[in-house]
Unconditional design. Structure first.
Lengths: 442, 346
């Protein structure tokens, strides 16, 4: 066998305009005269905007001062960031007692620890992890944040939360280091992996009960000072409202969507009426109704505090929005999927839980996260009814005597905070989409 | 048959619940407050000098001091208090539905509010009036020279309608530029968007102090309106109204008698002046009718201060104050030509 050529043809470089920066510029920015002009105009506009911002915020900005008057003495036109820094504790924690701030921080850290296994590879039972966050964490956090007397129900739930957290961490560790789920690991360690399934379950149950008892006794010694909700505020309060809102609105929305598509007329009509009623009213109206009208309708002995009223209002409102999002996802599932589920003998909940919902929710991730972001930003409306969420705190800076009139800098700071949070959420949703994408790719 | 039983039982349950609700509301406000263990005092969404949050997260201000004083009079402890910050849309509803025990938040006492909203205004703790701020270099020295001027004003307050009235009365053809937030209003004025700013004079003084160069601006001497700012309580509980009203009077009376938070202990032990002895509960029984302890006024003065002290701290020349001089204004004591006057406490 003989080749016509003995040597490879040397590979040619790609054309200039595909590889070099200059070529890229030529193609993308200076293609025609018109686009060249546009490019120059836009670049000039960006340059002046950034320059003005830079001069105002950074080069003329004042970072250390005692009062706004001092800021003016240093720089008349610059930003006075010193006021924002003096108020940082207020911005993050509101009026929470300064000696007790560790409780808020610990609550945040525990939440991160609890959620972390969701991101770790090889960890088993992620659905259980997610459910335990929603069902148990609020009790632990609720006690940490508000303290005071705990009723017997609260004590049991706190104990359950402690056990849940411990089990979750242990499960994450065993899973991450390739030992399977926690229950398997325990059974194997005590050499009962050959035993009957029932016996295994009983052993696990005994361990669980023992852990619960220990946790119960441990938590009885906790005596944290009571911090009423009126002292909650700032970013912390925003997170509390939107966190509970997000955790409750999604399941609520799923059930409402199922209700609206139900074959039972009463369920269908009630769900539809509920959804349409809440969607037709602005959130601010719902909030006003919840806080000023609601107390008039109920007996005086049954008074919910304003924070709870607001949280319920936010949950109901966004559950209705999510219900429509979820319903849109359900509409997109072809009939064949239902029929397929029926042929393998699944009932209603089986069909929905195992076949339909996972597909529908996956399709709707961008919309659902969009609604979550919307929810987070809309919680700033509670400032109108007098809760000191982050927006209200930021606005209050301009009324504090040393910082009278300082209103631009706090709002810019708030915008940056919100951008970071919302952008992170949106990034995470993109990541989730990519991770869950199985087929349907064109 | 079944339906009628059902209906009857429903009616009975409703009646019982209604009766329960009414009997609960028959309880006097003082009893409710004492049982709850703290006072719920309503302020607004922060206003410099009157009610504002400081960087430690505590409420401060002259109106907040009234709340503290009432708490001190009832409990002997000014911190047994929950400050509620309520928007101005919801302020009177929140008082009427029992959410707040009292309101102390620069609300102007007007006849329609006093007679139509189911609330009662008490003694004004600050007399304000609407005025104008102008640039010094504009050459304007009195409000009648504002012919055809553009004036920045915040919406939804009496300020806006006062301005329209003033313009109409004097045929000035003033055009109002309205804003929701007074910070934006001032920003616009400073950038030359309008010729003058109008608001209550106390607010103007506070905001003026925060301008980059306060010396370039001037508050005109004219006063457009009367703004008596007074605390308010729910209509119908006279004992509760008495408590709040006489708490205010005790602070003014203390100033008149020269009792301050610094010398109150000394005066209680040593003073021979019968007026002072009566106020501080050393002799006489002025506390009996009001339903409080003998020490109620002593606690107010000791723990919060007299009116003058509070004024200087937040409004006058104190470190946290917004710098409105008291001498010669309506807020001076009546002995110095002002309107602060307390009926005798005897």
């Amino acid at each position: 066998m003989e080749y016509v050529r003995t040597k490879d043809v040397p590979t040619r470089k790609p054309p200039m305009n595909e590889s070099s920066l200059l070529g890229w510029l030529k193609i993308n920015l200076f293609d025609t005269l018109f686009s060249s002009v546009l490019t120059v105009l836009v670049l000039t506009a960006i340059f002046f905007a950034v320059k003005a911002l830079w001069i105002w915020g950074v080069s003329d900005g004042v970072w250390v001062a005692e009062t706004r008057r001092e800021c003016f003495k240093i720089s008349l036109d610059g930003a006075c960031w010193a006021g924002v820094f003096a108020w940082l504790d207020n911005i993050f924690y509101g009026r929470y007692p300064r000696d007790e701030l560790w409780r808020v921080n610990l609550g945040g850290v525990l939440l991160v620890i609890w959620m972390l296994p969701l991101w770790l590879p090889r960890v088993r039972g992620k659905i259980l992890v997610g459910l335990s966050v929603v069902a148990l964490y609020p009790f632990l956090a609720g006690y940490l944040f508000s303290g005071g007397e705990k009723g017997i129900f609260m004590q049991v739930m706190i104990a359950a939360a402690i056990v849940g957290l411990a089990a979750n961490i242990a499960n994450a560790v065993t899973g991450y280091f390739n030992h399977g789920s926690l229950s398997n690991f325990i059974i194997r360690k005590i050499g009962k992996s050959e035993a009957h399934e029932k016996q295994q379950r009983n052993i696990l149950l005994a361990i669980l009960l023992f852990a619960l008892a220990v946790a119960f006794i441990w938590q009885m010694s906790w005596t944290e000072e009571n911090v009423t909700w009126t002292k909650w505020g700032g970013l912390f309060l925003t997170f509390v409202i939107s966190g509970i809102g997000i955790a409750a609105a999604l399941p609520g929305g799923i059930f409402l969507a199922l209700g609206r598509r139900s074959k039972l007329p009463v369920v269908r009509v009630l769900s539809t009426a509920f959804i349409e009623l809440f969607r037709s009213v602005p959130l601010i109206t719902v909030l006003f109704m919840a806080t000023t009208m609601f107390p008039l309708f109920v007996p005086e002995s049954f008074q919910l505090n304003k924070l709870v009223q607001v949280i319920i209002a936010v949950c109901l409102f966004y559950a209705c929005y999510l219900a429509e999002t979820v319903r849109a996802g359900l509409q997109a599932i072809p009939k064949g999927q239902y029929e397929g589920a029926h042929t393998i003998g699944l009932g209603y909940w089986g069909t929905m839980g195992l076949i339909i919902m996972p597909q529908a929710l996956k399709h709707m991730i961008p919309n659902i996260v969009g609604t979550f972001i919307n929810l987070l930003k809309s919680t700033t409306l509670v400032s109108v009814i007098g809760l000191f969420d982050i927006l209200n705190i930021l606005r209050a800076i301009s009324k504090d005597t040393p910082w009278i009139g300082l209103h631009k800098e706090p709002l810019v700071f708030g915008a940056i905070l919100f951008f970071i949070i919302c952008f992170a959420m949106s990034k995470y949703s993109r990541h989730l989409e990519a991770k869950l994408a199985t087929g349907h790719r064109n | 048959m079944k339906l009628t039983t059902l209906l009857t039982s429903a009616a009975i349950i409703a009646a019982v619940m209604f009766a329960g609700a009414t009997s609960a509301s028959a309880e006097s406000t003082l009893e409710i407050v004492k049982k709850r263990g703290h006072l719920r005092c309503q302020v607004g969404p922060a206003s410099p000098g009157f009610y504002f949050l400081d960087s430690k997260g505590d409420w401060q201000g002259i109106d907040v001091s009234v709340c503290h004083a009432v708490a001190a009079a009832i409990f002997g402890d000014p911190t047994k208090l929950e400050i509620q910050s309520v928007s101005s849309q919801a302020r009177f509803t929140s008082l009427a539905n029992g959410d707040s025990d009292m309101l102390s938040r620069t609300a102007t006492w007007t006849m329609s509010r006093d007679t139509q909203l189911g609330i009662d205004f008490l003694t004004p703790n600050f007399y304000d009036g609407q005025g104008f701020t102008v640039r010094k270099d504009s050459g304007i020295t009195n409000a009648l020279e504002l012919k055809g001027a553009k004036v920045c004003v915040t919406t939804g307050t009496t300020t806006e309608s006062n301005l329209a009235d003033f313009s109409r009365t004097h045929d000035l053809n003033i055009s109002a530029v309205t804003f929701e937030d007074y910070n934006v209003r001032d920003e616009t004025y400073l950038q030359g968007g309008c010729d003058a700013v109008t608001a209550d004079k106390s607010a103007l003084a506070g905001n003026l102090a925060a301008f980059p160069v306060p010396g370039d601006h001037l508050i005109l001497p004219d006063t457009l309106s009367k703004e008596p700012l007074a605390p308010a309580v729910r209509h119908g509980d006279n004992q509760w109204a008495d408590i709040v009203r006489w708490t205010e009077f005790a602070m003014v009376n203390a100033e008149e008698l020269g009792i301050t938070s610094a010398n109150v202990d000394d005066l209680r032990a040593n003073s021979k002046n019968p007026s002072i002895r009566r106020v501080l509960g050393v002799e006489g029984n002025i506390h009996e009718g009001i339903g409080l302890d003998k020490d109620w006024a002593y606690n107010i003065i000791k723990l919060v201060g007299n009116y003058g002290e509070v004024y200087e701290k937040y409004i006058g020349n104190g470190e946290k104050a917004i710098g409105i001089p008291r001498a010669g204004s309506a807020n001076a004591l009546w002995t110095k030509g002002g309107l602060m006057y307390s009926p005798p406490m005897r």
